[in-house]
Write a new protein. Structure first.
Length: 86
């Protein structure tokens, strides 16, 4: 009998749509922040939830939010495996 784990994470939409896993997805644009978009924590959490890679996506919000967003991206980059040049 095969047991299935019910608490698995779904892959990003790009993977579900058949994008190459190693190719950067430059066409993807995150949904804009809505609601609480002013504090460092708001920016950090938005970057983490949106799985952001581009710090340019943080622009256009209050300074504290932008700093938090950039910190969130930096932390995500540390968690991502290093890309292998082939």
């Amino acid at each position: 009998m095969i047991k299935l784990r019910l608490n698995i994470l779904l892959p990003p939409a790009a993977v579900l749509l058949g994008a190459c896993a190693g190719a950067p997805d430059q066409a993807w644009t995150p949904a804009p922040c809505r609601g609480h978009c002013a504090t460092h924590t708001d920016g950090y959490e938005w970057a983490q939830r949106s799985n952001l890679r581009d710090p340019g996506a943080c622009e256009g919000y209050p300074d504290a939010f932008v700093r938090g967003c950039r910190n969130g991206i930096e932390d995500l980059e540390q968690l991502r495996p290093a890309s292998k040049g082939i």
